[in-house]
Design a protein around this ligand. Structure first.
Ligand code: MG
Length: 378
């Protein structure tokens, strides 16, 4: 049965369209087609071998960007269904939101940004949101009629979560909202917060599993402690690992319910009658003030104790060195690039190098570094 959409939802039949006009799809909606194209892309498959916090080869149970993206889609779809929003669109945005991520997580993005600024001044640096858009607009080469995946405006708008004003001015339709200070669709707003719910909770789970953070430390964080206490009271003697996953499950549930209820109340207050009304309204998707404060405390905790843990920093320092070496080597001699990137490099060398490096998986970057710098390798 087709989903009944609320009047403020994104309607695929009323999409603002694709960059290259195409006939409507048969047997599926425009946003389903976007979701399908994303799943079939090369960049999507590479997410399996890209890091979230832990480098891919550190253990088989840790999240990768692929499983993270699936978790985001699951959360976003649940809330979308309850609010009458477009599930296909939130799924498409969720699955595409990290396509432009470099290898080695945020460390990789920071280093590539630094390289682009330092070695290619005026390049505009490197930003993973913009790169996700670049992947779907330009870099995927699969279809006869166009470069990229030629996705709908609404999917592209959701992928571009933030953007500087100077870049926004160069981006045409998807850049406009940053210049006009208007909001994106509710589907885009929802996916953004679903991303936050997903990573905060799976980073707790992965952080505890890795031993980098302890249960005692986690219990200093209000939202965790509150749910953990409930679990221990309800299931005395439950094995620790199971108590942790049960706690995380309850936290995700609390966050989803709060997000749904708070957003429903804001929608009732502002009464948007269409997606155009949503664009003119203040941000409508959000948490209550109490839950927002608790989620912020958790984020700060993870930043201080997990992302800046010395063992994580050792890995990220190595990762940064690898990307910097690669960038410098290709800049010094673009003939070292694979042929398809050499032809791009003749137009904009630094950008072609950034595209090549950003597309690498963690293990590919490590291998490529070995191939370029180790005399006795392969
Ligand atoms: Mg994400």
């Amino acid at each position: 049965m087709p989903q009944v959409l609320a009047p403020y939802a994104a309607d695929p039949a009323a999409t603002r369209g694709r960059r290259h006009p195409e006939p409507s799809p048969q047997g599926r909606t425009e946003f389903q087609r976007d979701r399908d194209r994303i799943i079939h892309s090369n960049a999507f498959r590479r997410l399996e071998y890209k890091t979230q916090v832990f480098v891919n080869h550190e253990g088989d149970l840790f999240r990768t960007r692929l499983t993270h993206s699936l978790e985001v889609a699951q959360i976003a779809r649940s809330v979308a269904r309850n609010l009458g929003l477009n599930e296909d669109l939130v799924e498409a945005i969720s699955l595409a939101h990290d396509l432009g991520h470099t290898p080695f997580g945020h460390a990789g993005q920071d280093e590539l940004n630094a390289c682009m600024r330092e070695f290619a001044p005026g390049s505009g640096g490197f930003e993973h949101n913009l790169q996700s858009l670049r992947v779907v607009d330009e870099l995927e080469e699969r279809y006869g009629d166009f470069n990229g995946l030629n996705l709908c405006f609404e999917t592209r708008e959701g992928i571009l979560k933030h953007c500087s004003l100077s870049r926004a001015a160069q981006l045409g339709d998807v850049g406009e909202r940053f210049l006009n200070r208007t909001q994106p669709s509710l589907e885009a707003q929802l996916t953004n917060l679903s991303d936050e719910i997903a990573y905060n909770n799976h980073d707790i789970d992965d952080g505890l599993r890795s031993g980098l953070i302890t249960l005692e430390q986690m219990r200093q964080v209000k939202i965790f402690d509150r749910h953990y206490a409930e679990v221990v009271a309800r299931y005395p003697g439950l094995a620790e690992r199971r108590a942790i996953t049960e706690t995380v499950r309850r936290m995700i549930n609390t966050l989803i319910i709060d997000l749904t209820e708070t957003t429903a109340a804001r929608i009732a207050e502002h009464k948007p009658a269409s997606i155009d009304d949503v664009r003119q309204a203040p941000p409508l998707v959000g948490f209550s003030a109490e839950i927002r404060a608790e989620a912020d405390e958790l984020k700060q905790f993870l930043r201080d104790n997990l992302y800046r843990h010395y063992r994580v920093l050792r890995m990220t320092t190595k990762a940064k060195r690898i990307l910097r070496d690669l960038f410098k080597a290709f800049l010094d001699d673009p003939r070292l690039l694979p042929p398809q990137y050499q032809s791009r490099a003749s137009v904009d060398q630094a950008r072609a190098i950034a595209d090549y490096i950003a597309g690498m998986t963690d293990r590919y970057a490590i291998k490529e570094h070995r191939r370029l710098f180790l005399v006795n390798d392969e």
